[in-house]
Design a protein around this ligand. Structure first.
Ligand code: AR6
Length: 179
């Protein structure tokens, strides 16, 4: 599924984020930025050990913040590492922290003249954020950013599995009606 927002596009795809050829892919990391399981593990495996070497120089990352590295062996030239909220620990702050991840990642992309970005579904794996709650927050935050920042041309959500794809598809249909 695809939706136009001004001159930009939001695309939904089912698949593996490590094979994307966008200018940057976003990593759902933890605050250490030293690797982990899920999408983080997959990105480090595909990028190669130099990614961890660069991550060690970054001094970690706060929840809702984002930091840039190179992509090394990935097709994407860069990785934007962000740290989503842990759903059950974040409590009432969870939606705002999740929105911050998407907005800060896009700001980092803009600052570095990156025009196409692929996101995974941040926090909806090990961090336990329900897909149905996370999807509208992710999409609305990206849509609002694209309306205000025409420098970004493409945001692709790369969803792992049918359930994730369908949750995002439903949320995007609901939002697109309101454009
Ligand atoms: N491509 C796209 N999406 C993926 C991939 C992939 N290759 N692999 C998994 N997903 P998670 P979180 C989906 O757990 O919830 C790590 O250990 C997955 O199905 O990767 O933000 C970090 O180091 C789910 O929908 O990230 C942190 O400690 C989504 O990506 C912690 O997990 C996010 O799941 C972060 O937890």
């Amino acid at each position: 599924m695809e939706v136009k927002v001004g001159n930009a596009r939001i695309e939904l795809a089912e698949g593996d984020i490590t094979s994307q050829d966008t200018d940057a892919i976003v990593n759902a990391a933890n605050r250490s930025l030293l690797g982990g399981g899920g999408v983080d593990g997959a990105i480090h495996r595909a990028a190669g050990p130099q990614l961890l070497t660069e991550c060690r120089t970054l001094g970690g990352c706060e929840t809702g913040e984002a930091k840039l590295t190179k992509g090394y062996n990935l097709k994407a030239g860069h990785v934007i590492h962000t740290v989503g909220p842990i759903y059950h620990s974040a409590g009432k702050k969870a939606p705002e922290l999740l929105a911050n991840c998407y907005r800060r990642s896009l700001e980092v992309a803009s600052q570095n003249k990156l025009k196409s970005i692929a996101f995974p579904s941040i926090s909806t794996g090990a961090y336990g954020y329900p897909l149905e709650e996370a999807a509208p927050i992710a999409l609305k935050t990206v849509m609002d950013y694209l309306k205000a920042h025409p420098d970004i041309q493409l945001v692709r959500f790369v969803l792992f599995g049918r359930d994730a794809y369908q949750a995002y598809e439903k949320a995007l249909r609901d939002l697109a009606k309101k454009i």
